[in-house]
Design a protein around this ligand. Structure first.
Ligand code: PMP
Length: 359
């Protein structure tokens, strides 16, 4: 069996050790005689899985006691609505639009109130993160919203906006657990897990206690944070198998040395690729240098024809899903936690060969 180097933006590569362990436990989870997939979400073994998963993510991210951790469904996109439905008490919120995902969230929030775009980088196809030092925030804003790592454009905030005490809400879907973050600086952090944490189907929300309160009138029960806080993510059937897999990834991350160690490795991997791009005569990174993500690296040759050739030839040597998103074109290498350094080395080597043959 040959595994490819999977550079997909998500669903994405998972640690091989985790997949093997899940395979070993598939038919008989630790003497239960059944798979976790077949198990009641109210059973003792599953309660233990859930409890351990929550504790492990708390340990990894050093989540303060006054934050709740929720394992929800509906993808990150459902949060685009849940956030305003639950947090927009004054019906005003400030959004920083740094890419397609924050733009979608902004658009969704407008359904519920006066969402205001306080900064945008759309003028240069979202190739940079707007300057957050010069923000004019609304006095009555209920929260300030960012997408911390824009998956499509490969940008990341290196500095958080000063929100003047207003809750900062962050979509961390594509940088979840890639490096330590100071949770206390945020009111709410959320992400779909299908990039860096587990299989598609689980959305993790980390919410500060004081933000769990009466939502806008008419908010459906399933879209209220208090529903899921009160029921400890077991109001209805949770995405049980996905949570189990996330739990395994948390354990794997702990065994790797935690988020400091992951950051070190992720920076090294990204540096390999960026160093190559910066000296290449053929390939060019599309994100502004200062704002480059260490998770998603978009790059182009400048020729659609060569881009397509690169993607096709890369596939032949086991470099998969390297095609860029249509909004940027070219290529995108998503190099999440589970992408081994050897995968990035193989990519850089192949890029070098391709350049020599095609430049
Ligand atoms: N936010 C970001 C940053 C994303 O990259 C994505 C998906 N690629 C989403 C939100 C939407 O996630 P989902 O498909 O889970 O709704």
């Amino acid at each position: 069996m040959a595994r490819v180097y999977n550079f997909s933006a998500g669903p994405a590569v998972l640690p091989e050790e985790v997949l093997r362990e899940a395979a070993d436990e598939m038919l008989d989870y630790r003497g239960c005689g059944m798979s976790v997939m077949e198990m009641s979400h109210r059973s003792k073994p599953f309660a233990a899985i859930m409890e351990a998963a929550e504790q492990d993510i708390r340990d990894l991210m050093d989540i303060p006691d006054n934050y709740r951790v929720l394992f929800l469904q509906g993808g990150a996109s459902t949060q685009f609505a849940m956030i305003p439905m639950n947090l927009m008490k004054n019906k005003v919120a400030d959004y920083i639009v740094s890419g397609s995902w924050s733009k979608k969230a902004f658009k969704e929030a407008k359904i519920f109130g006066d969402a205001r775009c306080v900064a945008s980088s759309e003028d240069e196809n979202f190739s940079y993160v707007p300057d957050v030092r010069a923000l004019q925030l609304s006095d009555d804003a209920d929260y300030v919203y960012i997408c911390q790592n824009e998956t499509i454009y490969g940008t990341v905030y290196h500095e958080l906006p000063n929100t003047n005490g207003k809750p900062l809400v962050a979509d961390v879907s594509s940088c979840f657990l890639s490096e330590p973050m100071d949770v206390s600086k945020y009111g709410l952090i959320y992400g779909g897990v299908q990039k860096n944490v587990g299989p598609a189907g689980v959305t993790i929300v980390i919410i500060r206690d004081d933000l769990v309160s009466e939502p806008l009138p008419g908010t459906p029960t399933m879209l209220r944070y208090d529903t899921h806080v009160d029921a400890k993510s077991l109001y209805n059937t949770p995405p049980a198998y996905g949570i189990y897999m996330c739990g395994k990834v948390f354990q794997w991350l702990k065994a790797q040395g935690g988020l400091e160690a992951m950051k070190e490795r992720n920076v090294e991997k990204a540096q390999l690729l960026y160093d190559f791009l910066d000296q290449s005569a053929l390939f060019k990174g599309t994100a502004r240098k200062e704002d480059r993500s260490i998770m998603n690296v978009p790059f182009v040759t400048g020729s659609d024809e060569l881009d397509a050739k690169f993607v096709a030839e890369a596939k032949k040597v086991g470099i998969e899903s390297i095609k860029g998103h249509r909004s940027v074109g070219g290529m995108r290498a998503s190099i999440y936690n589970a992408m081994p350094r050897e995968g990035v080395e193989a990519l850089v080597r192949f890029m070098g060969e391709f350049e020599r043959e095609n430049a």
